[in-house]
Design a protein around this ligand. Structure first.
Ligand code: PAF
Length: 286
């Protein structure tokens, strides 16, 4: 596995690979890798449409709010390198902040319409930061395929929109959420949880599964489902609810009434200093 810190060197390596006709699979991450990232790296490695697997590690300051955890965000490059290698990564791109955003940097990518609810409402500017860094990374790596987890469902919608609108020639491939045995979605931020908060955090997935059951049993009222999720998470004393929403997929519009097709049940809550998100895409039958 080769490691690159400079954009020019990363580009030169990839230009050679492309000249040999190799197709690039790309997994962008912020590091502190876990089972979810490893699943994305393995998907890229096993993809018949990919010859060379590139992973990036970059904690992107643009996607953190001023009172968020940018400075404390967990980092462990030595451990990440080993995990990347074990997943079959060919090249690791680890740029410094000054390499990605040199003095004078002044261009941002703003996806509208799907960014004013859910995490976009609670974290103003977050998706502008995500779209900007992913656009830059796509321009540097020029991947044929890029891999994202559906745990960040709104991020997937935002990136697909950007790729379509700005004509990036990349296939976005989406992987299911990887969970711990008790259902908690894996996340780099789970490291912030105390033992008690870790137990409490399972309320997110349990509530989503119960809401899904209600849909299967015939519930079609979006507001009742939203309230159900709010009450279920609110009943956990260690949870501080950020939002619970029932929205259309993939345009993320709040739903009063569920119609046949896919709907997204999405939740976010704080457990101590950890803000955790989770969701389920639910099939509504006719
Ligand atoms: O999902 C993440 O880890 C980040 O939002 C991403 C896509 C790597 C952009 O910084």
């Amino acid at each position: 596995m080769e490691l690159f810190e400079r954009i020019a060197a990363m580009r030169a390596y990839l230009a050679e690979a492309r000249a040999r006709g190799e197709r690039i699979g790309f997994v962008p991450t912020m590091g502190f890798l876990h089972k979810g990232h490893l699943a994305l790296i393995r998907s890229a490695r096993e993809d018949d449409e990919v010859d060379r697997v590139v992973v990036s590690i970059f904690v992107n300051p643009l996607q953190f709010g001023p009172r968020e955890d940018y400075r404390d965000y967990p980092r462990n490059l030595e451990r990440d390198k080993k995990l990347c290698l074990s997943g079959g990564t060919d090249a690791l791109f680890v740029p410094a902040v000054e390499e990605m955003y040199p003095e004078g940097f002044a261009t941002h990518v703003e996806v509208t319409g799907v960014t004013d609810i859910l995490c976009g409402r609670s974290r103003p500017g977050h998706f502008r930061g995500v779209a900007t860094v992913v656009a830059k990374l796509f321009n540097i790596v020029q991947p044929d395929s890029a891999y994202f987890g559906i745990k960040d469902a709104q991020q997937v919608v935002v990136i697909r929109r950007m790729v379509e609108d700005l004509d990036f020639p990349v296939k976005i491939k989406v992987h299911p959420t990887v969970r711990e045995e008790d259902g908690l979605a894996v996340s780099s931020r789970n490291i912030y949880l105390s033992a008690e908060e870790r137990r409490a955090a399972t309320v997110l997935y349990r509530s989503l599964k119960r809401a899904e059951e209600l849909v299967v049993q015939g519930e079609r009222n979006g507001l009742r489902l939203k309230r159900f999720l709010e009450d279920a998470i609110g009943a956990e004393p260690l949870a501080r609810l950020d939002y619970a929403e029932v929205v259309s997929w993939p345009d993320l519009k709040p739903l009063n009434e569920l119609r046949p097709g896919q709907v997204l049940l999405a939740v976010a809550a704080y457990f101590g200093r950890a803000r955790l998100i989770d969701n389920l895409l639910v099939e509504v039958k006719a």
